[in-house]
Design a protein around this ligand. Structure first.
Ligand code: GLU
Length: 547
């Protein structure tokens, strides 16, 4: 039995390379095809969303195809449910794949399966082809032997790896190989590398430019003992068969480029274009460093979900990290969707983009500021249904009231009020509209306004008498102003400054009495609009609490 027969025995399949090539015909000439190829290892990194967004844009800006491929060949690292986290995560961010996994069990597209563990027979067909070509061979080294090689190399100050004379089974005598096959010894399949480490070769990366890198001389494992391929091999096979034209991925893979190009070439294929994205960085104690899965909560998309950043706001922010021209686009096109921005891969910076949460906050404020009151309600309710059930239930029970609160300084105003940073902060900004939360504290109005109890109470009780909630803003203000004047508040600041001893303050101070009495806060949105939203009954009741 030779090694091919051994593979057939262990991993039976009749699938041939010819069958496969027939099944996956080349894509139409000139069509752009990109993909995101995450591994289901648990958390979803914001960097994956960033790479997915860039890949999706490159395809969809040019009527191309964007694929979602699940790279689950590393079964040791796989985490239950992680595939759904990826699929739903991307969908939630509005990043839609044309082909690929839709759920753990469903997929769409003609170039599948799109989950690597379901493609084993495909890889095996190519593994056998490489063995027949003389470009791959079995290696029977035990893990201990591999460790031993590494130790020896380290001791001798040499580069570690399975290459050159260290590649024990590369040139092993036929009889030894046969003996191992006959004894059913576990094996992996390795690439017989033709590269020379001292040879440098120029690689062209779409983002990094020309890179002079040493050829790969390592006989890397391409098929594991389980019959599953390694990432490197699966990447070459899949991206060839799926017709990927642009591999856009994190630059941690840049050093593997010589190996990947070698694999494509050994298989007889033209490599796709590669674009290696610099990682997202953060400032740590004055130094820039890569966002870390372990150290930084903001590396995970759950951070943004929990804080309640609108998905679209996060996408806008990532778009801005990718192309700094996005900001100008947003200013010029306040009503356009982020998906209308003319993203340009060439305009991405070569070095890492810096994650700046203050900037994200400001973009998020702007985003919420552009929504209608009804949209704020709907998106907040969606978020609260998952993250804050009390708020969600309160919203269900008081839908109109909430929408009216969101209308304040949002509709019919020149500049929309931007006090909502993200969904998780909204409740804290509006809770005083609700009677069970509004806490009247004895003497609070006097303290906050620095006015005597007589002045406060006198003004409030007359205001209650005169309050007409059907009056328009101007009329209401004129009435309030007249009333304030009779309560010895100066018409304007100038008058007050001249003779402060004769006044209790200005009209603004009188308004402050009402504001504090109604909300318990010195800073609030427009007083008239708030009173309209609260309704006369609530306004009067609250004012009476300060008498
Ligand atoms: N599965 C690899 C990862 O999660 C994908 C790398 C690639 O895009 O080629 O890093």
């Amino acid at each position: 039995m030779n090694i091919i027969e051994k593979i057939n025995e262990k991993f039976p399949s009749d699938l041939t390379v010819e069958d496969i090539e027939d099944k996956y015909p080349p894509r139409p000439e000139g069509q752009i095809v990109t993909r995101i190829a995450p591994s289901p290892t648990g958390m979803m990194h914001i960097g994956s969303v960033y790479a997915a967004l860039i890949s999706e844009r490159v395809a969809h800006m040019q009527d191309g195809v964007f694929i979602l491929r699940i790279e689950d060949t590393d079964t040791k690292r796989e985490v239950e449910g992680a595939t759904d986290i990826i699929i739903n995560g991307l969908k939630n961010f509005g990043i839609e794949a044309d082909e690929g996994a839709i759920s753990r069990t469903e997929e769409t597209g003609d170039y599948g399966p799109y989950t690597q563990s379901q493609r084993r027979d495909i890889y095996i067909a190519y593994i056998k082809k490489l063995i027949e070509q003389g470009d791959a061979y079995p290696c029977f080294c035990t893990p201990e032997e591999i460790d031993d090689i590494r130790e020896k190399q380290t001791k001798q100050g040499m580069r570690t790896g399975y290459y050159g004379d260290w590649a024990k089974y590369r040139n092993a005598p036929k009889e030894i190989i046969q003996e191992n096959i006959d004894n059913d010894k576990p094996f992996v399949i390795r690439l017989k590398s033709s590269g020379k480490h001292f040879n440098k070769r120029m690689f062209e990366d779409v983002l990094k430019g020309k890179r002079n890198l040493p050829e790969n001389d390592s006989d890397v494992v391409i098929m594991k003992a389980t019959g599953l391929p390694t990432y490197h091999f699966a990447h070459a096979v899949d991206d060839h068969l799926m017709g990927t034209t642009h591999v856009i991925r994190g630059d941690e893979w840049l050093s593997s480029l010589p190996l990947h190009v070698q694999l494509f070439e050994t298989l007889g294929w033209t490599p796709p274009h590669f674009a290696h994205i610099s990682p997202i960085e953060i400032m740590d104690d004055g130094n820039r460093r890569k966002l870390s899965k372990r150290k930084d909560p903001e590396a995970s998309v759950t951070f943004y979900e929990e804080k309640g950043y609108a998905k679209e706001a996060v996408i806008e922010y990532l778009m801005n990290l990718a192309n700094s021209t996005f900001e100008a686009f947003r200013v010029e096109n306040p009503d356009k969707s982020v998906w209308e921005f003319p993203f340009d891969l060439q305009k991405m910076g070569r070095s890492g983009a810096l994650l700046d949460l203050v900037k994200l906050d400001s973009m998020s404020r702007d985003y919420i500021g552009r929504l209608s009151a009804e949209e704020v309600y709907a998106q907040l309710a969606d978020w609260a249904s998952l993250m804050d059930r009390d708020l969600y239930e309160r919203m269900q029970a008081n839908k109109e009231y909430f929408i009216n609160i969101f209308k304040i300084e949002r509709e019919n105003v020149e500049r929309v009020r931007k006090d909502f940073v993200n969904w998780s902060t909204i409740w804290g900004e509006i809770d005083y509209f609700f009677d069970d939360v509004f806490p009247p504290i004895d003497g609070y109005v006097e303290k906050e306004t620095e006015l005597s109890s007589d002045v406060v109470k006198g003004f409030i009780s007359d205001f209650i008498e005169s309050y007409d909630d059907t009056a328009d803003n101007e009329t209401w203000f004129a009435t309030m102003k007249d009333l304030a004047i009779t309560h010895k508040f100066a018409k304007n600041g100038k008058l007050y400054k001249k003779e402060p001893e004769n006044y209790n303050g200005t009209i603004a101070d009188a308004a402050k009495i009402l504001r504090v009495a109604l909300t318990g806060k010195a800073q609030t949105p427009d007083l008239y609009s708030m009173m309209q939203t609260m309704g006369k009954e609530r306004v009067v009741e609250r004012l009476k609490l300060s008498l």
